[in-house]
Design a protein around this ligand. Structure first.
Ligand code: CP
Ligand code: NVA
Length: 303
């Protein structure tokens, strides 16, 4: 059966651990100059309806690094821009390529493509989820802290696609998660309810960022206005001001806490330049790990 990656709900704890272990092995092998060719003769299409630096380049580099080929299409290059039905696009693309990596707006778009696609569909960000990103983030946490399940992770800021995927990961992987979000900007309530029903440790939403980072091993943030919310930027800057990750907030976490940011960052909005450039921030290793986790994803789904 075709195995898609639409959200982290699609996977058990063992499957998520499988991606993480495989990514760690591939990273070590690539540092040792091992050449991979497992996807030679295979092609993926990247269909991106939103901008991307990291996800696009790391998926492309991952596929080439496994011996495969990539076709990149921006949304406006395809007949989707002229309202071709998704179910037609999905069935046609599956005749040409071995996998589809999609970045788009509504989660229903990737779900619909997956329903009709006989090749794997991989979610490279929707308004609701950013599952591949959270896997590379957790790979980074494991590298720095040894394991993730005993940790307390704090999310500061918007209850957005990243927050939703972190909630799913907490429920499947067993770490404690506290999210500090302003009123009106909470994570998706259905995801939260399902995650809490399954979770071994607390998943809590608070209003006070200081309460969220107390005893935190990991502090995580993201832009205040995500792609597609540009017109809300000014209003959000006012609402989110108390949610900035700065030196004062970092001092309230555990000594040695690490700071994650999926990037791109808006310096001195959600995170100060000082913290982003500081010794506790691991955003650059986190960005590198997108390459290794994307290799693991491509091998698992297309190999
Ligand atoms: N973190 C992330 O997804 O970055 P891009 O938008 O550059 O792909
Ligand atoms: N929440 C951000 C993540 C960017 C990688 C967005 O959707 O724009």
């Amino acid at each position: 059966m075709t195995k898609h990656l639409l959200s982290l709900w699609d996977f058990t704890r063992e499957e998520l651990t499988g991606y993480l272990n495989l990514a760690a092995t591939l990273k070590q092998e690539s540092k040792n100059n091992v050449r991979h060719q497992q996807l030679a003769g295979k092609t993926i299409a990247l269909v991106f309806e939103k901008p991307s630096t990291r996800t696009r380049v790391s998926f492309e580099s991952a596929m080439y690094g496994l011996g495969g080929q990539v076709i990149y299409l921006s949304g406006r290059d395809t007949q989707l821009a002229r309202n071709e039905p998704l179910k037609d696009m999905a069935r046609v693309m599956a005749r040409y390529v071995n996998g589809l990596v999609i970045r788009t707006y509504g989660q229903e778009i990737v779900d619909e493509l997956a329903r009709y696609s006989s090749v794997p569909v991989i979610n490279a960000l929707t308004d609701l989820h950013h599952p591949c990103q959270i896997l590379s983030d957790i790979q980074t946490v494991i590298e720095k802290k040894g394991a993730v399940d005993k940790l307390h992770i704090a999310w500061i800021g918007d209850g957005n696609n990243m927050a939703n995927s972190w909630i799913q990961a907490a429920s499947r992987l067993g770490f404690a998660l506290t999210l500090a979000c302003p009123e009106g900007y909470d994570p998706d309530p259905e995801i939260l309810a399902k995650a809490r029903a399954e979770a071994a440790r607390p998943i809590t939403v608070v209003r006070d960022p200081a309460a969220a980072v107390a005893d935190a091993d990991v502090i995580n943030t993201d832009v205040w206005a995500s792609m597609g919310q540009e017109e809300e930027q000014e209003k959000r800057i006012k609402v989110f001001q108390p949610y900035q990750v700065n030196g004062g907030l970092l001092a309230k976490a555990k000594a040695g806490a690490i700071v994650l940011h999926c990037l791109p960052a808006h310096r001195d909005e959600e995170i100060t330049d000082e913290v982003l450039e500081g010794s506790q921030c691991v955003a650059w290793d986190q960005a590198e790990n997108k390459l290794h986790i994307h290799k693991a994803i491509l091998l698992t789904h297309l190999g």
